[in-house]
Design a protein around this ligand. Structure first.
Ligand SMILES: NC(=O)c1ccc[n+]([C@@H]2O[C@H](COP(=O)([O-])OP(=O)(O)OC[C@H]3O[C@@H](n4cnc5c(N)ncnc54)[C@H](OP(=O)(O)O)[C@@H]3O)[C@@H](O)[C@H]2O)c1
Length: 357
């Protein structure tokens, strides 16, 4: 809310006010009166928009299964028949995470598993997924809980994969434990000029970042909406969505698509109890740089500009459970998305982006 006010004030109110005051000073009487009226109406509109923003329908916070069990145990305490915590964890709802074999998706899956969700880990690297599932189960056992962690090996660059993955997930989750959370973290990029972009890289970016994420989101959103129970969908975008980015033009464009999709869906699905969160990380230390030919990008060489996947996951999961529709991680990235992008002319913004890339 604070950022929204600051953003709107800086972007619209202040420049409008300065322009209107200057125009009033310079104009003839009748025009000055008209401008005064327009300025006042604008302020009334601005104040009402703040009101609408504050009253906007937001989903209720999603309570982690571990906390739900603790609350249930406290309620049952008077029955002198304490519940077995590990047995209760068996029936916990699922969180489905794509890109769970590495980086941000892997860290998000770990965060959700620690909070009591059973997990379905999706990716191509079966060994990495299995190793992660085993480690999460070990960690849960050490904490006295039981965890279901399934692995689905899938190539999301293939057209039919999202539907097949959805069917596999449905088969894995027992009745009553259907996925409560979907996290779309799988994503790829390729750093080079557009004319030199290999066709298969272009195809992968469009298929994995856009097509697969959209289809998976649709399949799970339908179920969540039908169940009328609270649910969450996270779409991992990027701060590159905020500004066209030469050298990673297609990647940035796919992330703009995802940001637009997530924000529209959050408004559509919130009345049905389903929160949609767009997570916009900035530079994050993962395998992504090397995999996307971007290891030389200047932004990854500045420790102050880079975050760890664990920190990105922590901020993302916290905001998603709270019901936030947009999360920009890190204050430098917030500055970029909320201040530079709206204030700077596009060409200057792109020069800034290029300076960091
Ligand atoms: N790292 C950054 O600086 C940064 C910044 C902003 C946004 N992001 C976004 O964050 C998300 C996660 O990236 P990351 O940094 O965690 O990168 P990462 O470590 O390279 O992880 C990418 C994940 O996507 C999966 N993936 C790639 N191609 C796939 C395919 N064809 N089918 C199924 N899964 C596939 C990978 O699984 P396999 O290895 O098993 O194929 C891997 O788990 C991406 O959407 C990325 O755009 C990253």
């Amino acid at each position: 809310m604070g950022l929204y006010v600051l953003n709107t004030a800086k972007t619209h109110v202040l420049p409008m006010y300065v322009a209107a005051s200057a125009a009033q000073f310079l104009s003839p009487f009748w025009l000055a009166k008209g401008l005064q009226l327009a300025t006042r109406s604008f302020f009334v509109l601005f104040m009402s928009s703040l009101g609408v923003h504050a009253l906007r329908n937001r989903v209720a916070p999603l309570v982690p299964p571990v906390t739900r069990q603790q609350q249930q145990q406290q309620q049952d305490a008077s029955d002198a028949q304490p519940q077995d915590a590990s047995a209760a964890a068996e029936g916990a709802p699922y969180a489905v995470v794509t890109g769970a074999s590495s980086g941000i998706g892997r860290a998000i899956a770990a965060d959700l598993a620690r909070q009591g969700w059973n997990v379905v880990l999706i990716g191509r690297n079966r060994d990495a997924l299995r190793e992660h599932a085993r480690a999460l189960k070990r960690e849960a056992r050490a904490a006295g809980r039981r965890l279901q962690a399934h692995v689905v090996e899938a190539d999301l660059a293939v057209d039919a994969t999202p539907d097949a993955v959805y069917e596999q997930v449905r088969a894995l989750c027992a009745e009553g434990t259907q996925p409560e959370i979907l996290v779309n973290s799988a994503g790829v990029a390729w750093d080079c000029e557009f004319a030199d972009l290999p066709e298969e890289r272009l195809q992968d970016m469009l298929m994995i970042n856009c097509v697969a994420t959209t289809r998976l989101t649709q399949l799970f959103a339908r179920d969540m909406k039908e169940r009328k129970a609270s649910g969450r969908i996270m779409i991992v975008s990027s701060i590159t969505a905020a500004m066209p980015n030469p050298k990673v033009a297609v990647y940035a464009a796919t992330k703009s698509y995802l940001t637009s999709l997530a924000q529209a869906l959050s408004v559509e699905l919130e009345p049905h109890g389903v929160g949609v969160t767009c997570l916009m990380p900035g530079a994050t230390y993962t395998a992504f740089q090397a995999r996307s030919n971007a290891a030389g990008a200047r932004v990854f060489k500045h420790p102050r500009l880079c975050m760890t996947p664990e920190e990105v996951a922590r901020q993302g999961v916290e905001g998603m459970l709270r019901g936030d529709s947009l999360i920009v991680t890190g204050w430098m990235n917030k500055l970029m998305v909320n201040v530079f992008e709206p204030l700077l002319p596009r060409k200057i913004g792109m020069l800034l982006v290029q300076a960091f890339w």
